[in-house]
Design a protein around this ligand. Structure first.
Ligand code: C2O
Ligand code: CU
Length: 543
């Protein structure tokens, strides 16, 4: 395995999209930021130098970082922010991931502009479990806001906690042909007739699940979240924020230009961005058509098409790429996932949420309050007096018909900083139970430090006797982020073999900032290589 070195300089740079120019925080003045290229088992040292105006951290989304939570990145969970003028070197340790992941800032909403790809090739001498593509390209889906993202979120917190939706989506930094003021540039992917390409797609959008398609072409999805799946031939995909998908496309249509497009999927009346971003698939040596064909994507609320695609995803589970889903579990954690609509005092305009917000979000009806010094250092130094508790419950305090309307018990969540302690080596099942409360929608739940097997999902309430009978324990997909239906449940399994302090949260940024988070603390194991490493010497100092 190899060691790589990267230098990330964070600074404000002017960008113009949709006729709005604004200074925004980027890495090395690039939007999206630079791609990290490694092979399975490599290590990357990334020196992050903050030349911006506020503290920042970077997270390596989906990289497990065995025994090394110090370099995981979520602000005030595993580290304090890198202050302006300071730098920190992350040691990013790749273990069994292979495929596409991504990195992003993990301080408030800063990931809107601070993000990029991670490409993990097979080890030297190993090949893909599919025919070698002729070439590879990266595709990054992101959200564009005409205003400064930090101001947007700060103001939203003041006026009731519901920030405006984004003003558009982008593919590799460009909104594309369907927006005002966007004729200047459109992302273009050149292909040669007869060749097959590997597209590495990241959904780095802030608040929307996305449909994605390419006009005139079916394609084959071969991996998700840096794990191989059984190939799926399809004309569209649905991808949730945080996830990645690897797609094989053969340029076998009449040489021409074709639109690539992505538009949101949601089943909710919450304020979402409902625009469509485009790019162009361009055959070389083709004459431009009089009109460029557009892919037929499912409509915004087409739940059936979304579910239909998602239900096809199964782990490859081959001899070369085996899976190890726990057949029996030693620990089950049942977690309700809710957006809480809070009572407001209309006279003085304050509501019941954190900072007087109108909305909160919660796990087991506990709305996470982010501490001001990081949990990892406090836990590692075994402080007695910590800014967090370890009493996150293994089930909600009140049980009711979660997917019915009986929601009174969830009007006021408890606000707290509660982590869940897990024994090293436990075979864990987490059941995420969506609820119909408030502005319900699907929740892409993400866990740091692990990937996990999605063993089951269905609409309605999870049932201890009957639901496990429906589980797939043979070839469940292995991911780091999974969309939990608002009026249904999703069960995941993993072995708690990575000691550390690991953030778990909804990857819709609105929900994360309203408190849809908790922390799994996986205790040390018995031997030296099953313990949290020593902290690096240059860890950022907490203010
Ligand atoms: Cu992609 Cu905690 O994040
Ligand atoms: Cu959510």
């Amino acid at each position: 395995s190899n060691v790589h070195h990267y230098s990330f300089i964070l600074k404000e740079t002017n960008f113009t999209r949709l006729c709005f120019e604004k200074p925004m925080l980027t890495v090395n003045e690039q939007f999206p930021g630079p791609t990290i290229h490694v092979r399975k088992g490599d290590t990357a040292f990334v020196n992050v130098h903050n030349d911006g105006k506020y503290g920042i951290t970077i997270h390596w989304h989906g990289v497990k970082q065995p025994n090394n939570p110090w370099s995981d990145g979520p602000e005030n969970i595993t580290q304090c922010p890198i202050q302006p003028g300071k730098n920190f070197t992350y040691e990013v340790i790749f273990s069994d991931e292979e495929g596409t992941l991504w990195w992003h800032a993990h301080s408030d909403w800063s990931r809107a502009t601070v993000h990029g790809h991670i490409v993990i090739l097979p080890e030297i001498g190993k090949t893909y479990p599919f025919p070698e593509p002729y070439a590879e390209q990266t595709i990054f889906l992101a959200s564009w806001f005409n205003t400064d993202v930090k101001e947007l979120i700060d103001n939203a917190t003041l006026i009731g906690g519901d920030p405006d939706p984004s003003d558009g989506f982008t593919i590799n930094g460009w909104p594309g042909a369907l927006y005002n003021c966007s004729n200047e540039t459109i992302s273009t992917f050149g292909v040669e007739y007869g060749k097959t390409y590997l597209f590495r797609l990241v959904n780095g959008v802030m608040n929307e699940e996305m449909f994605f398609g390419i006009a005139g072409h079916n394609f084959t999805v071969v991996a998700q979240d840096a794990a191989y799946i059984k190939p799926i031939v399809t004309s569209y995909i649905m991808i949730t924020p945080g996830q990645t998908m690897d797609i094989l496309l053969t340029a076998d249509q009449s040489p021409s230009s074709y639109y690539i497009a992505a538009s949101p999927f949601f089943d909710s009346n919450a304020p979402f961005d409902n625009t469509t971003t485009t790019a162009i698939l361009q055959y070389t040596n083709a004459t431009a058509p009089s009109s460029i064909p557009f892919p037929s994507l499912p409509s915004t609320t087409d739940k059936e098409s979304a579910d239909n695609f998602t239900s096809k995803i199964k782990a490859l589970a081959s001899e070369e790429h085996p899976i190890s889903v726990p057949q029996n579990i030693t620990k089950r954690i049942f977690i309700t996932v809710s957006v809480n609509q809070l009572p407001c005092d209309l006279v003085n305009g304050t509501c019941g949420g954190p900072n007087g917000n109108r909305l909160a979000a919660s796990l087991n009806n506990i709305s996470f309050s982010t501490p001001t010094t990081d949990i990892l250092q406090q836990y590692y130094s075994m402080l007695n007096d910590t800014s967090f508790d370890t009493d996150f419950p293994s089930q909600p305090a009140v049980l009711f018909n979660f997917t019915g309307d009986d929601a009174d018990d969830y009007i006021l969540p408890e606000v707290g900083t509660k982590a869940k302690l897990v024994e090293y080596g436990a075979s864990v099942e987490i059941v995420y139970q969506g609820t119909n409360i408030g502005n319900a929608e699907n929740h892409p739940m993400h866990l740091h430090g692990y990937s996990f097997y999605v063993v089951g999902s269905a609409y309605g309430n999870w049932n201890e006797t009957t639901s496990p009978d429906t589980y797939n324990l043979i070839d469940p997909p292995e991911v780091n982020t999974i969309g939990v239906p608002k009026n249904g449940w999703t069960s995941i399994r993993f072995v708690a073999n990575n000691p550390g302090v690991w953030f778990m949260h909804c990857h819709l940024e609105r929900h994360a900032s309203w408190g849809m988070n908790t922390v799994l603390i996986v205790k040390n194991g018995p031997t030296n290589d099953t313990k949290i490493r020593r902290p690096p010497a240059n860890l950022p100092i907490c203010a």
